[in-house]
Design a protein. Sequence first.
Length: 576
Amino acid sequence: MSSLMDYTLALSKYVLIFISIAILLRCIRSLLSEHTEPEIWGYLRWEGESYPLTHWENLIGRSLSADVRVISPGVKRAHAVIRRGGSGHWRVYDVFHNGRVWIKNAKAGPGGLPVEDGDTINIGGEKVRFRFVTPEKRGKLDLKRKRAGYGVSPAGTLLDLTLFQLTLLLQHAMTRRQENIGAVALSFVALIALEWSCYHFMRFLNRSGFEIETLAFYLTSLGMSVAASSAPNDMLKQLLLTIAAVLLFALLGWWLRDLERSMAARSTVVIGTIMLMFVNIVFSDAVLGARNWLTVGGLSIQPSELIKVGYIYAGASTLDRLYRSRNLYSFIFFSAFCVGTLALIGDFGTALIFFVTFLVISYLRSGSIATVILAISGAAMAAFLAVSIKPYIARRFSTWGHVWDDVYGAGFQQTRAMSAAAAGGLYGKGAGAGWLKDIFAANTDMVFAMVCEEQGLIIGVIMVAAMLVLALFAVRSARHGRSAYYSIAACAAMSMLLTQLAMNVFGSLDILPFTGVTFPFVSRGGTSLLACWMLMAFIKSADNRRDASFAVREVSMDTDAEEDLSDWEVWQPRGK
């Protein structure tokens, strides 16, 4: 009997690897390999050429990054922005208010000028004609775009994920037969029911894209396994937090559907974020030198995790603020407050994550390398000051690269993490069979090493690759995003998650200083899980593939319209 279980456990390790690779490859093919056609919202015609407007904010100028390039001595690199509002009305803005954007003898002021179908826009002496695409025509054009998931069935990938979760459960049943296996089994079965319910709900909404959720559920499954290994008595709590996280993901995604509504709430979000930071400063408890834990009703939460969502929500704000320096400066002050407050409470790991996200948002909003260099210089001085003032931060830097010099002191956690990861080898010891789980913070700060010990290095690399796939998709989607808000928010969310991942993995392996941040979705921690799923809503909102995202409104189409598209297809650029 013992031999049979040993063979079954060994076989399950190979099954987990095979299924993980299958899930990853299917998501890569669907998200990154399939061609994505842009949406077309209107056209600009200049000197016989026609330029499709594929975003809600389109930059007009001589710059290579301009959506519509008008190469003329009178046109600046970033001259004007033509923007579509949520109600479908268009306005044109003079970027630097130099008085060289006109429509019908009216000058574009700070509030811009309305643009109607057939209007001629005078931009630096060049005449550009605007053509509007009606919702009916847009609907017909949209039918020509490929539907999300047409090449790889999302249901098939989700079935693979279900087999992966059942195999994980089988491993726990074999390695922890006498310890809370009922609660562990209930949690995994409920997680499977949750993901299939989400899938069928998306199908009910006529949404065919489910790859982003599948990768998030894959990582969450590994997090559920970590919780089952290290804290089997808290499985019900972990399950409830997972359900809450998915519900918040859906709620935020629904909220982001209406861009004007989302933008109107920006000030409220900023105020709420600042208030939450003050609550953190006044009422939080200190853990290992950092005052980043708040106890409410017997539950411990990390306000800084929730602040991440508010920071990106506010930081990605563009629309009429696009290219205006004063709005960028207000964001810089807001960022300095968030980062400075986190440094004040001693949470330097999260402060670094916020700073990297700030650099990404600043560059995407301004396009200025000089702004980024200035911010890095200021941060370097602030970091030097922090190391000088906070002794425990200096100790962490002094330990970096020398953990084996003090294996029972400063290097205790990292040396155990590296030893456990090495002991797991390529295939791991099996879920629940490792010893690292008994070390303090193994299921949070050193969770990568814990997964490598129990599931093997191959699974550890695959879970990192899953995050990289999401990152590449976010960058790819930014090129075709409806609004700059969605594109910036998606890239900022992934930069935040990737920075967090790198600090967790490299910190536990002594490649970077040990900062004590969590691995997205996998580390045990309710607030972190909630924040990660909510950040996924920003990435989902940038997915503008046809019928892919519930966070993107469908194109309204008059099915009785009999208009021929040939007149509109004439407006396609030459050679297309």
